[in-house]
Write a protein that binds this ligand. Structure first.
Ligand code: T3D
Length: 258
């Protein structure tokens, strides 16, 4: 199985599972990941996702052995399997934590950057490897990089294809945080469990608002915030959060997404 799915209380862990190839992506794997994401979304008790890789790498991007004889048109077609995954992760109404356990290269790096909260092991690195093989950053690389770290750093990473160590990635704001290797999975699981216990409508709407901010004017974004806040305000979790605060107790939010 190229994708493993494990269920934990409130969240699922999805593991890219081709460790002998550093979890390099194939079309079959993309289809399996797509199914895993759909199933997680359909399960209303699933309130967070954790994405990681098996073995010493997170994901080495496209499996190059699979495209060595491909025609140029086939390469473009490949992205019809990968790009919907990026959009799906962004559109999921639940937070996606990415635990980058090792090297994240090419499409693998940008798959990680599509996630909501990226935590990386100290030994991990991010490589926009595309230029090394005469390609351009895809799977959202040209969109995520300048937004996350600014155009100067984005251009250098994309053009030089040098590995960026996890520690620098965290310092630059490419990712949320770096942790020691042996702490990665515990910390990532704690994060997923914590998000799963939060108010799910609030997180879903926050995710939507942040994604829209990239293309909205401030005016439009304020309108959107008002609209989404009205929706969040109607959720039972909002009433519970306020009551819990005033009662000086921890809130108990719904275990099922609405
Ligand atoms: O146009 C399109 O639509 C195509 C879509 C493109 C999207 C992309 O993702 S393009 C970018 C593709 N990825 C790469 O170019 C990265 C290639 N890999 C590497 O540069 C290095 O492997 C790493 C920097 C990621 C890690 O280096 P290292 O030294 O830690 O490991 P390694 O020894 O290179 O790799 C370990 C094994 O995995 C090795 O196999 P072996 O020798 O033990 O049998 C290696 O060949 C294999 N491997 C690593 N990456 C890939 C791969 N096999 C197939 N495809 C890979 N991408």
């Amino acid at each position: 199985m190229t994708i493993l799915v494990e269920r934990f209380p409130g969240y699922r862990r999805i593991t890219l599972n081709r460790p002998e190839r550093l979890n390099a992506l194939t079309v079959e794997m993309a289809a399996a990941l797509n199914t895993a994401l759909d199933e997680a979304e359909a399960d209303k008790s699933c309130r967070a996702l954790l994405l990681t890789g098996a073995g010493r790498g997170f994901c080495a991007g496209q499996d190059l052995a699979a495209i060595v004889d491909a025609a140029p048109a086939d390469l473009g077609n490949l992205l019809e399997h990968y790009h919907p995954l990026i959009l799906k992760i962004r559109a999921l109404p639940i937070p996606v934590v990415c635990a980058v356990n090792g090297v994240a290269a090419g499409a693998g790096a940008n798959l990680a950057l599509a996630c909501d909260i990226v935590l990386a092991a100290r030994s991990a690195s991010f490589v926009q490897a595309f230029a090394r093989i005469g390609l351009i950053p895809d799977c959202g690389g040209t969109w995520f990089l300048p937004r996350l770290i600014g155009t100067a750093r984005a251009r250098a990473l994309a053009m030089l294809a040098e590995p960026l160590p996890a520690e620098t990635a965290a310092e630059w704001g490419l990712i949320w945080n770096m942790v020691e290797d042996e702490r990665l999975m515990d910390e990532a699981q704690a994060l997923a469990a914590r998000l799963a216990a939060q108010a799910s409508t609030s997180l879903a709407l926050t995710k939507r608002a942040l994604d829209m901010a990239g293309s909205n004017t401030l005016d439009h974004q304020l309108d959107l915030e008002r609209e989404l806040q009205l929706e969040a305000g109607k959720s039972p979790d909002h009433a519970e959060g306020v009551r819990a605060f005033l009662g000086k107790r921890a809130p108990v939010f719904a275990r099922t997404r609405s």
